[in-house]
Design a protein around this ligand. Structure first.
Ligand SMILES: O=C1O[C@H](COP(=O)(O)O)[C@@H](O)[C@H](O)[C@H]1O
Length: 234
């Protein structure tokens, strides 16, 4: 991995503004270069203020396609759905949101259906914007029974199903996720995290590199494109 840029912000406001600025600049550059942009945005609670900020950012949103980095296997519109959060925020300004899950299916079927749905997109991603859980998972690449499958999926397989080792209390369901290979293939990788615990985790993961026990460490260790990490206290 090229050395990641670690940007430490004093508060949530500066953090939100910096991420929104980076995301908008990457999208604008992609549209300038090839007339469109394909990006993946994270779920969870951390990115939501940035989504709101992006809505107020003047960009040709009709040329932007956004998929979630990962999805919980729930009905469309469910309160746990990452695509629903994206649709609420960014579909009204004109972005195209590609849901990964459109029905509740068994894990393997959900993974296969999501992968088929994204095959026609203009890969690689211009940007993958990741989050990280306090267990070190990123997207939905969890330390659990499907970790190796998500880390080692073959080239061209963009989405796989993942059963978390321990079901996360905030969203106790199986997931589908971008594979490590598709994340690393993105032109730019951005990670947004908050709080002392997550800062300690990412610093340990970066120090351990490919030997990290944490999924985030193993994913980033194989990255060759620029990685920027944004952090602020809670
Ligand atoms: O479950 C998930 O969690 C992570 C981290 O979420 P946060 O609320 O702690 O920021 C998120 O990046 C991922 O996309 C989501 O599905």
């Amino acid at each position: 991995m090229t050395d990641p840029q670690l940007r430490l912000h004093p508060d949530k406001s500066a953090f939100t503004a910096a991420i929104a600025g980076d995301v908008a600049a990457i999208i604008a550059a992609a549209i300038d270069a090839r007339g469109q942009s394909l990006v993946a945005f994270p779920g969870g609670s951390t990115p939501r203020p940035v989504f709101e900020r992006l809505c107020d950012t003047p960009l040709p949103w009709d040329k932007v396609t956004i998929l979630p980095t990962d999805e919980r296997i729930v009905e469309p519109g469910h309160m746990l759905s990452n695509a629903a959060a994206l649709s609420t925020s960014l579909a009204p300004v004109g972005a195209t949101i590609v849901p990964l899950v459109t029905r509740v299916a068994g894990d393997a079927d959900a993974g296969n259906e999501a992968d088929i749905r994204v095959q026609s997109l203009a890969w690689p991603l211009d940007l993958v914007w990741l989050g990280m859980g306090t267990d070190g998972h990123t997207a939905s690449i969890f330390a659990g029974p499907d970790l190796a499958n998500a880390l080692d999926a073959p080239d061209g397989r963009h989405i796989v199903a993942v059963r978390p080792g321990e079901l996360p209390a905030e969203a106790p369901v199986s997931r589908v996720t971008l594979t490590a290979r598709s994340i690393r293939a993105a032109q730019s990788i951005l990670l947004s995290i908050t709080g002392v615990r997550k800062r300690e985790l990412i610093e340990a993961a970066l120090a351990d590199g490919a030997d990290s026990p944490l999924p985030i460490g193993q994913v980033l260790a194989g990255a060759t494109n620029p990685v920027t990490i944004h952090w602020c206290p809670e």
